[in-house]
Design a protein around this ligand. Sequence first.
Ligand code: SF4
Ligand code: SF4
Length: 103
Amino acid sequence: MSILIEESKCTGCGACTQVCPGSLLKLQDAKAKIAKPERCWGCCSCLKECPVQAIALYLGEDMGGRGGRMHVQKEGHLLHWIAALPGGATKIITVDSRDSNKY
Ligand code: SF4
Ligand code: SF4
């Protein structure tokens, strides 16, 4: 599992570098970079922190795979998980962050 950082969207705010549990993300020339993508375990913390949706997760085979990607758009307490699937379809799953750890 790994992520894709779209440099053209990245503003260099550094938010993602603060939350990666593996310290894999660094700023270089004011852009976020992932040092060792093979060590990313897809926790999605960086996706949720990025304010401009510059980070996408490559989806595994079980979730569309083959080039599918997902990013997160925040709207207040809501997190919209937007999956762009191979073939052009889009799936959106909305989660209220206040419900985290509720069950
Ligand atoms: S998905 Fe998680 S492990 Fe991977 S780079 Fe982002 S924060 Fe780090
Ligand atoms: S959180 Fe997003 S905009 Fe900020 S440095 Fe990371 S990728 Fe760039």
